[in-house]
Design a protein around this ligand. Structure first.
Ligand code: NDP
Length: 344
């Protein structure tokens, strides 16, 4: 596999966006950050429209001086570029019903996540450009790093090149939101979706399971709930380890630990052959993520996620997870140490 191309400011030409009307559908985490960055990069305010229902997000956009349009069809008609920055699960419904029928034939559609494009849930015309500009950063950091003159990691790709100029547009938009300053990595909706969903459905569930089982084993061996919660995560040691891993290297960060710890971790990890985990990971990647099985199942329950109580499947999963030994113990510990936790 060749190394990925990385695009910098010099690879992008903001002139490509001259005279284009740019619509942000959504002014939440990413929408608010990207629209402000784009405007601060010199795109005239009268060329930017925030499309949002009339509520506090719309008020926030107005208070920041943006032109706000509540009628999505009207905003779509004016758009040369439309950023889809509303939650992934509502994009198909909102885009296909209210935006797509009103878009220009040569409009560019920008997604910040590969999910709906990879699973073909959005209706595009072949003449339109579809690009992904996906910051690997929460919205508040996309904004704060930009204001500090710094970049942030971002994936960029062309998913459909209707006009023949999709890459130029994707790079100009990446530069305008501040993503090419540190280098935007050439990727694809498939790659982004595979990695994202793999982490969510294979890697992190295993980490949650390992913590849950480790908690029970140590508790059975006589460790207190308080000691366990602090030892395992409330001290923030795992967070620090990952911070060091990003700074010093995944393996090299171990050098910050005691020699006993280094020896234990390195020899322990090498002694585990990982075969079973690899088979499980492959199964999730190929038979759940890449084949679209999870997406189909999620689409079926998506509407229920707005329901209250047990009718909402996410609430049921939370309840079950809180009922585990770890969940129950943590609740007790947090209630008991409420004052201490607040003071930290
Ligand atoms: P948010 O949850 O912050 O989106 C909120 C915005 O979506 C608001 O403007 C809200 O306005 C609007 N919205 C919500 N529901 C609807 C609806 N049914 N109809 C119309 N508008 C709606 O989204 P994010 O910024 O977190 O995510 C946007 C995209 O960015 C996603 O594709 C996500 O995967 C991607 N992304 C997100 C990251 C993050 O840090 N959160 C990181 C990288 C990418 P209102 O409620 O008024 O309608």
């Amino acid at each position: 596999m060749p190394s990925a191309k990385i695009y910098y400011d010099n690879d992008a030409n903001l002139d490509v966006l001259k005279d284009k009307t740019i619509v942000f559908l959504g002014f939440g985490n990413q929408g608010a950050a990207q629209a402000q960055n784009l405007r601060d990069s010199g795109i005239p305010n009268d060329k930017i429209i925030i499309a949002n229902r009339p509520d506090h997000y719309a008020e926030d956009a107005k208070s920041k001086g943006f032109n706000v349009e509540h009628d999505f069809a009207k905003a779509a008609k004016a758009a040369d570029v439309v950023f889809l920055l509303i939650p992934d699960q509502v994009q198909p419904r909102v885009f296909n019903n209210e935006v797509a029928p009103n878009l220009k034939d040569n409009a560019a559609i920008v997604v910040a996540s590969g999910y709906n494009v990879f699973y073909k849930l959005l209706n595009f015309k072949p003449s339109q450009d579809v690009v992904m500009v996906a910051p690997r950063m929460i919205g508040s950091s996309v904004r704060s790093l930009y204001t500090k003159g710094k970049g942030f990691p971002c994936f960029v790709s062309v998913e459909q090149d209707g006009t023949g100029k999709a890459l130029e547009i994707a790079l100009a938009l990446s530069r305008a939101i501040g993503a090419t300053k540190a280098g935007a990595i050439a990727s694809s909706a498939r790659e982004e979706t595979a990695m994202d969903l793999f982490a969510e459905q294979a890697l992190w569930p295993n980490i949650i399971m390992l913590f849950r089982e480790a908690f029970s084993v140590l508790k059975e061996a006589g460790c207190s709930d308080e000691a366990l919660c602090y030892e395992m995560w409330m001290s923030k040691e795992p967070a620090e380890i990952f911070e060091r891993a990003a700074e010093d290297g995944f393996i090299q960060q171990l050098k910050h630990h005691s020699t006993v710890s280094q020896y234990g971790q390195l020899s322990g990890a090498l002694a585990l052959d990982g075969k079973q985990a690899r088979e499980h990971f492959k199964n999730i990647l190929y038979n759940q993520v890449l084949n679209g099985k999870f997406c189909q199942e999620f689409s079926k329950i998506e509407a229920d996620l707005e329901k209250e109580g047990d009718a909402n499947p996410l609430n049921v999963l939370y309840q079950k997870s809180e009922e585990t030994e770890l969940g129950q113990a943590e609740k007790r510990v947090r209630a008991r140490l409420a004052g201490l936790l607040q003071a930290e």
